[in-house]
Design a protein around this ligand. Structure first.
Ligand code: SAM
Length: 288
């Protein structure tokens, strides 16, 4: 608490303070750790993504530490200010609206800036929607790929997904409820036949974890108006990639092209009929 009453001159000679990156609940306030509560209480200042959201958490635990806003739109200006404070000896806690700061939330830049200056950074671990959703989905956890938010435009999304088709990992994406149906349709197109899950409102009253083959999930979500926070997951290829009958794919594409279908549409149709990722069918079609 020393920094709150120190003059600037006193601060200049103090040892550096520290940046405390504090994970906060993704829904259930009971998930906050006692270490995070102590840090929030003892910090000189809390840098919050949205001060109104964080004030609710502080009120619930009777914490009165001053709040300042640090968000995506002011981090360019605020990062050097916060670094200067830590350098001058302040203990600065960083929180986002929910979960772990730095994960699809402001924070990574500030951590980097402090470390670049040799300033101490403590990460106080706690909730994050990625790990909660991954475990709740029941999909393989031996390896996972976190893709954050996918591009909003369907074409950009398809290209982003095609690059992931060969990964032997469960794929995890964040998504806004209004875009979930369209994104799951893109997942079904990119990863036919794979297991998938939608985890919604994790740790909250209306928590839902829907598990189904990805095409089935896409059908179930089409036209459904979703509310709340969503994580989408797709299981790894289940070895089917190794079993793809490349001859059959090449033959079907050749057959369709001979019937007058364009190569692009033939690739698309053969991929769908034979349950093969479109980029794999394309790769087979351009060989030799
Ligand atoms: N930093 C956060 C973390 O560590 O999880 C993530 C912040 S990101 C801006 C917000 C996204 O996280 C939401 O759009 C949603 O995809 C996911 N999310 C956050 N809370 C969630 C919850 N309770 N249930 C499902 N998804 C959640």
């Amino acid at each position: 608490m020393a920094g709150r009453t120190s003059s600037d001159a006193e601060q200049a000679v103090r040892a550096p303070g520290r940046l405390l990156v504090c994970a906060t609940p993704i829904g259930n306030l009971g998930d906050v750790t006692s270490r995070v509560l102590d840090a929030l209480r003892d910090a000189d200042v809390i840098e919050a993504e949205d001060t109104r959201v964080t004030r609710k958490l502080l009120t619930r635990f009777s914490i009165s530490t001053p709040l300042e806003s640090y968000h995506a739109k002011n981090l360019e200006r605020r990062t050097p200010e916060v670094v200067a404070r830590v350098r001058a000896g302040a203990s600065v806690a960083l929180v986002s609206d929910a979960g772990t700061p730095g994960i699809s939330d402001p924070g990574a830049r500030l951590v980097d800036a402090c470390l670049e200056e040799g300033l101490p950074v403590d990460v106080l671990p706690g909730p994050s929607a990625i790990v909660t959703a991954l475990v709740a989905s029941g999909l393989p956890t031996h390896a996972f790929y976190f893709g954050g938010f996918l591009p909003r435009k369907a074409g950009d999304r398809r290209r982003a997904l095609e690059k992931l088709a060969a990964l032997d990992a469960t794929l995890v994406f964040y998504e806004a409820p209004a875009r979930t149906a369209a994104t799951v349709a893109s997942l079904a197109e990119a990863f036919p036949g794979r297991r998938a899950a939608m985890a919604r409102e994790l740790t909250k009253l209306y928590e839902e974890v829907a598990r189904a083959p990805v095409e089935e999930l896409a059908r179930a979500l089409a036209g459904r108006e979703l509310k709340g926070e969503v994580v989408l997951l797709v299981g790894p290829p289940d070895g089917r990639a190794a079993e793809i009958d490349e001859g059959a794919v090449a033959a079907r594409i050749a057959e369709l092209v001979a019937d007058g279908v364009t190569r692009k549409d033939a690739v698309k149709q053969a991929a769908r009929e034979l349950g093969v990722p479109r980029n794999v069918a394309y790769g087979i079609s351009v060989r030799d």
